[in-house]
Design a protein around this ligand. Structure first.
Ligand code: AMP
Ligand code: ZN
Length: 664
């Protein structure tokens, strides 16, 4: 037999054994036999390097070292999931869906695996890239590490689509986690906290051979691509299985929310027997066409919902209450607890939200409190164990002065939180505002991090964000951990922010209640900062989607002479304070006052693109037809009952072609 063939056969055979063992969980070869074959292949590969293949089973042991993980933009954004905690929540979700989708809806119920999400890209049946979720828009390329996980196929079987991404979760099964910890303890090392953090920490290890030693698994749940040849989520799962991915068999179809709830109830108990941790169930609309119709909110798909199993609770002692000051001056009371184990982590602090919450639960220092951990990072106190209240627990008196600058706190009518009004002199506010200004979605200043901002403020070098532009290298070099190169990068990063468009500057300057979306609205409406400064409260309220609260906050911001001066300084440093001409050119008022519903499948543009075009041209998009709808932009396969509703309400249908004529 020729060598090339022999190498290929061995690879194929080992691949099959790997698949049986790691994906199907059963093996028909002894470990010894497997090792003998693997050694044989290694020898052949060494002797005949011309037959090198990066996907050879011999390379599963890792070896590649990554110093800096490359940042990669996801082709399809990796969204988060909305959470629900009760049958009521699920029924509400269904109601929202029914407003958009007519006809039957089927759901797929899956377990929610608790690990680290990953996106794998395959081309021509081979794994080409693995990227972490990161912030959902971009993540880290961790391919070398992922290749060491044996349940991730490097080459696919069966009829695979030529190019697609698949999403899944890297998890550490409980047994493997325990074994790892036993070993660590034997070696005198500190035990890992929980499987989830250990799994996600593993992805970022620099040495892939270290990753190879960890018993990680990859469970898959979602295919993404333009020509998958499937019409439902469930078919997608089956296709993934056929290609060789590990897709847990628990996934079930359900035809009603009640059936979904049966699944939830079953797994709420049965999950304790699973080899890995789950924190809930994910329910997805099965039909991909309906999924597309439902679309996404800014954070999560409308077609999916996570159901979180009831959180674990513990009781512990409340030692002290401290108060934090945020960038807007808002005060958050924090409970410092006697450390306690909860859902796999040690809890030391819990949020108390505001004065009302403390009052309502009558939380006192020295009380024993019940702490719960839901999806949030910071656990919360849900009740006081009154039967254990010690005699020395005195009723909590909320602070009257700022813990940082001692200014008397204020509480605005109708708002839950107290504020420190010392806008210009309270250091966490000053630092927080500058940190917001430089953050990624705002001015995205590279080379300057949150901690450095604190150093700069504390050193008296900056007191507001305009001061950043006056910084010199000589000033910042003496700062802690600041080297020549990092000082240069800081200056370059600050300078580069002069290119950031007006809408983001408007977000960055930190007007209360003016988030990303509102900033965009205001930028396009007023076109430059002077017009916005001149706007009255009434003017502002006329702008689409701007309510009283925002209007008041904007007027308030610009009524401060300090803020006006800061803006003038930004102008002096050439910050973009008006909308660019290119931005303006891509927009018009042609659809001003018109409300659209977009439904069906289109040829020239995707539904998302069409919605953006409508908004860019001044129109409004809503999800369901009402008497206020001006047009239904109707594509192919629009639902019959939607058509009926449009006819009944005498709303005209608009074809894709006519729409493009309208905005030309
Ligand atoms: P969260 O991080 O709480 O917003 O939940 C979203 C995450 O749940 C996703 O990014 C996935 O990593 C994870 N997840 C786990 N199991 C599933 C599943 N079956 N379907 C979708 N997402 C899942
Ligand atoms: Zn203060």
């Amino acid at each position: 037999m020729n060598i090339k063939q022999e190498i290929q056969d061995l690879r194929e055979e080992l691949r099959t054994h790997n698949y049986n063992y790691y994906v199907l969980d059963h093996s028909n070869i002894s470990d010894y036999e497997f090792d003998v074959k693997l050694k044989k292949l290694q020898e052949l590969e060494q002797k005949y390097p011309e037959y090198y293949d990066e996907n050879s089973p011999t390379l599963r042991v890792g070896g590649e070292v990554t110093k800096n993980f490359e940042t990669i933009a996801h082709e399809h954004r990796m969204y988060s999931l909305d959470n629900s905690y009760s049958l009521e929540d699920l029924r509400d979700w269904e109601k929202r869906i029914r407003k958009i989708i007519e006809g039957e809806i089927e759901y797929v119920c899956e377990l929610k695996y608790d690990g680290a999400s990953i996106s794998l890209s395959y081309e021509n049946g081979r794994l080409i890239r693995a990227v972490t979720r990161g912030d959902g828009v971009q993540g880290d390329q961790v391919t070398a590490n992922i290749k060491t996980i044996k349940s991730v196929p490097l080459e696919l079987k069966g009829n695979y689509p030529l190019k697609f991404d698949i999403r899944g979760e890297i998890i550490l099964p409980i047994e493997g986690f325990k074994k790892m910890n036993e070993e660590r303890i034997t070696n005198g090392e500190e035990a890992y906290r929980n499987p989830r953090n250990t799994a996600s920490g593993s992805l970022k290890l620099q040495d892939s051979s270290e990753v190879a030693k960890r018993p990680l698994e990859c469970l898959l749940y979602n295919l993404k691509g333009s020509a998958l040849g499937v019409e439902t989520q469930f078919e997608g799962l089956e296709l993934a299985r056929e290609m060789g991915f590990k897709v847990p068999q628990a996934a079930k179809l359900a035809t009603s929310i009640d059936a979904v709830f049966e699944f939830v109830n079953y797994w709420d108990k049965a999950r304790h027997n699973l080899p890995y941790e789950t924190d809930g169930v994910v329910i997805k609309v099965n039909n991909l066409f309906q999924q597309e119709e439902l679309g996404y909110t800014s954070k999560a798909p409308r077609w999916a919902m996570a159901y979180k199993f009831k959180a674990e609770q513990v009781s512990t002692k409340l030692n002290t209450i401290s108060y934090q000051v945020g960038r807007t001056g808002a005060i958050t009371p924090v409970a410092n607890l006697e450390p306690v184990e909860l859902a796999g982590t040690t809890v030391k602090r819990a949020s108390l939200h505001n004065a009302d919450q403390i009052e309502k639960l009558d939380i006192r220092v020295n009380d024993f409190v019940f702490v719960e951990k839901g999806g949030e990072i910071i656990p919360k106190i849900i009740a006081v164990n009154l039967s254990e209240r010690p005699l020395n627990a005195i009723k909590t008196k909320y602070i009257a002065n700022c813990p940082e600058c001692d200014t008397v706190l204020v509480r605005i009518e109708g708002e839950a939180k107290h504020y420190c009004p010392n806008y210009n002199g309270c250091s966490p506010q000053i630092i927080g505002r500058i940190q917001h200004y430089i953050s990624r979605k705002a001015m995205d200043i590279e080379g300057l991090g949150g901690e450095t901002v604190a150093l700069l403020v504390n050193a008296g070098l900056v007191t507001n964000y305009a001061d950043l532009y006056a910084l010199t290298k000589d000033q910042i070099l003496p700062l802690e951990r600041m080297a020549e190169k990092s000082a240069e990068n800081l200056i370059i990063g600050v300078k580069a922010s002069k290119q950031i468009p007006f809408e983001r500057v408007l977000f960055a300057i930190g007007i209360r209640f003016v988030g990303e979306t509102v900033a965009k609205k205001l930028a396009y409406h007023y076109k430059n900062i002077q017009a916005l400064i001149n706007a009255t409260k009434d003017d502002l309220e006329q702008v689409d989607e701007i309510g009283v609260k925002i209007a008041e906050s904007v007027v308030d911001f610009f009524s401060s002479q300090d803020n006006i001066e800061t803006i003038e300084r930004l102008r002096g440093y050439d910050i973009q304070l008006e909308i660019s001409t290119e931005m303006l050119a891509s927009r018009s008022d042609k659809l001003q006052g018109l409300a659209f519903v977009v439904s069906g499948v289109f040829e020239k543009a995707s539904r998302t693109e069409l919605k953006k075009l409508i908004e860019d041209n001044g129109g409004k998009v809503s999800s369901s037809i009402s008497s206020k709808t001006s047009y239904v932009l109707a594509g192919d396969k629009m639902g019959p009952s939607k058509k009926e509703k449009a006819e009944k309400l005498k709303v005209s249908l608009l074809s894709e072609d006519d729409f493009f004529k309208l905005i030309q």
